[in-house]
Design a protein around this ligand. Structure first.
Ligand code: MCA
Ligand code: AMP
Length: 499
């Protein structure tokens, strides 16, 4: 029996001397070597006692080693659970407990901080550092470079990706072979990726965007990735002449445009720029075209669905839209109260159906049932409309969500922490416009009677519990929060006042 994702992404590259990864120091890793090393990693995780279906949680720095671990998990039928490197120990503890992960991989520096949590949860620890050191890579280096690939069904899980929830509790989206493979093949074809492409990769690899869209598409096409640890302007500028494509969040584009070295000449080898994860402003789109002659291709996706819609490769890439449904994926706009499809051009909730739609939330059957209809349509929580030419426009969100630099932040998670403080009667966390990140986090605090909350204390409390990018940049003390007739806090009003 086959292993659908591994066969399509990796097996077909066996023996190839073509370059898969170009590293920041100019070094490179060929496909053949990558596959031999990932087989060593697969043997290593087997030695540690993992069985197909087990979860390996990885909070590792972006590096070729991290990708080896991903490939090893796919080959072994082990579920890969990548975690944002900014997550605090408290956050990690939740993911480990909820997922029932059997192994936690981190860099050496992080390992001791998480040791007692791992002890309590009986999670085995191993380490993997960006420079190639660590107990996992040491073990891997002693292993054979062949591994008998574990057979998997299309419906088996490949990955568990946590996405925050409106209740403040993160949900593990279960992604299968079918979900990831169908989307990777579709996107590679739609965006015309080939073996001669070289993708400038500066996204993190703990999200769908950097891991599945960018990496899987490159693997399907047999191309090369210039694999940078993070978005660093100088490094990006240095590598553009070697690249043909780039995927980024809007912050990448605004930062590039702010640099006078980013010119038409610098991008002359590029054939495609893709943007997603957060709204790309029309003015960014226009300025980018004026500067480089390239029209950015904007697409729309989610953790639960990978990519749903895309502007055309050949055809009109319209600023302010996320294009049309990808082949084989249905998108409909419905009325939230009835679930019926609204008339053409009307705004409603966006629902999606196709092979890309996830299997459900890990251990949360009720949440799954609330968002994934029996007929297979997934209620995205985004609001939109489809224009007369078939282009989807995202016009807002039904879910209370802030997107900062492409990272999703659910206000409820922060409000729960603030509301638990004695000096705080209630709080409301909102996103306000931010030139670099698109949105930034502001907390409005209503004090308890006779209390005066200490803003510095609230700030450090957040820093101790939450990843840095979620922490409010500003705390504002207010007397009360505006409410509608149903008693619900009117965040829209707050955004108007404080935005
Ligand atoms: C870093 N910081 C942030 C963010 N990133 N604060 C708010 N929002 C952010 N996005 C803070 C850190 O906490 C730190 O704060 C300070 O900025 C410096 O951190 P550093 O890592 O150096 O930041 P940076 O290099 O400026 O990073 C900004 C970035 C990065 C390049 C925009 O956030 C990024 O790569 N974002 C991409 C996210 C992404 O891939 N999203 C896809 C998910 P302090 O100094 O206080 O400690 S969505 C998805 O996958 C779906 C499927 C889709 O459609 O794509
Ligand atoms: P996540 O759940 O982290 O994968 O984020 C998915 C969310 O990001 C979607 O539900 C949208 O709200 C948002 N998103 C993704 N792509 C775009 C885009 N091109 N424009 C605006 N928002 C986007």
């Amino acid at each position: 029996m086959p292993n659908p994702l591994f066969d399509e992404l990796f097996v077909k590259h066996e023996g190839k001397k073509d370059v898969f990864l170009i590293l920041p120091d100019g070094g490179s890793i060929a496909y053949d070597l990558f596959l031999k090393r990932s087989a060593q990693f697969a043997n290593a995780i087997k030695q540690l006692g993992t069985q197909p279906g087990d979860r390996i949680a990885a909070q590792v720095d972006k590096s070729s080693e991290a990708l080896l671990l991903y490939a090893a998990c796919v080959q072994s039928g082990v579920v890969f659970l990548p975690l944002n490197t900014a997550y605090t120990v408290k956050e990690i503890s939740y993911f480990l407990e909820d997922s029932g992960a059997s192994i936690f991989v981190s860099n050496t520096a992080r390992a001791s901080a998480v040791a007692s949590v791992c002890d309590d949860l009986q999670v085995q620890q191993t380490t993997l550092n960006a420079d190639g050191s660590g107990t996992l890579s040491e073990l891997a280096s002693t292993q054979p470079d062949r591994f008998e690939t574990v057979d998997c069904e299309e419906s088996d899980l490949v990955a568990l990706l946590y996405t925050s929830g409106t209740t403040g509790r993160s949900k593990g989206a279960m992604l299968t072979h079918k979900n990831l493979l169908s989307n990777a093949k579709l996107l590679a074809k739609y965006w015309q990726f080939s073996a001669s492409d070289s993708l400038l990769h500066a996204l993190p690899i703990f999200h769908v965007h950097g891991l599945f869209v960018a990496t899987n598409v490159t693997l399907v096409a047999g191309g090369t990735m210039i694999f940078l640890p993070k978005f660093d302007l100088d490094q990006m500028i240095g590598f553009f002449p070697n690249a043909t494509t780039m995927m980024g969040v809007p912050t990448f584009y605004t930062r590039l445009l702010d640099d006078p070295r980013f010119t038409k000449d610098l991008t002359s080898s590029m054939r495609l720029f893709i943007s997603g994860s957060a709204p790309l402003l029309v003015e960014t789109h226009t300025e980018f075209e004026e500067r480089t002659g390239h029209r950015i291709l904007e697409r729309y996706g989610m953790t639960e669905t990978n990519m749903n819609t895309s502007n055309p490769y050949n055809g009109d890439r319209r600023a302010g839209t996320v294009g049309m449904p990808l082949p084989g994926i249905e998108v409909k706009i419905t009325d939230a109260s009835t679930g019926d499809t609204v008339s053409q051009g009307e705004i409603g909730q966006i629902e999606v159906r196709g092979p890309n739609v996830f299997k459900g939330y890990w251990n949360m059957p009720e949440k799954t049932a609330a968002e994934l209809r029996e007929d297979g349509f997934f209620i995205t929580g985004d609001l939109g409309k489809i224009d007369s030419d078939g282009y989807l426009h995202l016009v807002g969100r039904d879910k209370d969500l802030i997107i900062s630099g492409g990272y999703n932040i659910y206000p409820k998670e922060i409000e729960l922490i603030l509301d638990a403080q004695q000096s705080v009667k209630e709080s409301a966390v909102i996103g306000v416009p931010h030139a670099d990140f698109g949105e930034s986090v502001v907390a409005l605090i209503v004090p308890e009677a006779e209390s005066s909350p200490n803003v510095e204390e609230l700030s450090s409390l957040c820093q101790g519990s939450l990843a840095g990018f979620k922490c409010p940049r500003q705390f504002i003390i207010v007397e009360e929060l505006p409410r509608n007739a149903m008693g619900k806090v009117q965040k829209k009003v707050l955004r108007e006042i404080y935005g």
